[in-house]
Design a protein around this ligand. Sequence first.
Ligand SMILES: Cc1cc2nc3c(=O)[nH]c(=O)nc-3n(C[C@H](O)[C@H](O)[C@H](O)COP(=O)(O)O)c2cc1C
Length: 344
Amino acid sequence: MSTRVYSEWSPGRSGFPESDRIEQIRFLLRFAILAPSGHNAQPWRFEIDRQRHTLHIKLDCSRLLRVSDPTDRVSYMCLGTSARNFVRAAESYGLAPTLTIVEDDGEYSVRVELEDGPGDADGTEIDWIDAISRRVSNRHTYSKEAISSAQQERLTDFAIPGVELKVFTSAGDKATIAELTARSSKKLINAKEFRRELSGYVHNNWTRAKTGMPASNQGIPDLISLAAPFAVKHARVGTWLSRRDKKQLTDAPMIVALVTNGESPHEWIRSGMAHEELFLRATGEGLALDTFAAATEDEEARKELAARLGLDGYPQILVRVGRPKKENSAVSHSPRLSVEDVLE
Ligand SMILES: Cc1cc2nc3c(=O)[nH]c(=O)nc-3n(C[C@H](O)[C@H](O)[C@H](O)COP(=O)(O)O)c2cc1C
């Protein structure tokens, strides 16, 4: 396994620059780049405005998913996940970040201003730096054991304006989500163009690529992983994948849908922020999380999902939360581009 592409996962806490704002931003970016993204494409780039001492988080056009994400909805969500990591890291070092979503000629980005401040005053006991560095998508089956209402409350007790967190724990609701996800993931992955794009992001377990996913993330052993990119491109693996999605969602003790009133980059970025906040909280609580985008990527399934679950708005993404049957430590991180790779 190539360790070089995983080295970003040990950012280290010490050495935070005392007063130089630009250096502080650079330091904090080491946490922003550990955020999750669709296909691990990491579609972000960062610009530091040296005059105003602000950070801009923007889309990188070379890492968008043209086939699976033609409107850039998922990529915009990823600006939100990295922005949230940045915010939580900044607060951990006693700074007060202010985020603004700005539009310039049809392109949206996140502007972050930093001030000295009280830091994280929201009363949680989560070690955010630890959670950011340990967070990993866990695609193993989760135990059916229920998540206590106190723990559910701690997971979801936060507000990102415009994003509603809908929690589903009943067998009926989970069956609906499982059915629609399985149907849409089968449809997506049986489409040749989708598979061709995905195959560029699925690697064998020794990969030196800094984007995409080693097959080990899907629980695929080393030797079989050699055939994974080929299998994704050429085999109709939709039936296998949709069955797995269905079982995992049916068994999960808790599924959360992130729902917005509107449908624009504003809502997409904010949904990404909420996704990451939930993910970090789950990690802090010793729980695992896994993301399911298929039913929200297929417009028909998305409408049916909203109607059958009684959701008033646009479901942006679904996640399952639970206790993995295999420990998180058995799940490996995915590679990352370094700060130097994505900072302009
Ligand atoms: C907006 C978004 C959508 C995602 N959609 C899916 C998905 O449909 N299926 C899946 O298995 N993982 C999905 N993921 C998880 C990514 O594949 C995962 O974050 C990426 O491979 C990096 O791995 P890590 O989360 O362990 O760092 C999604 C993540 C994000 C942020």
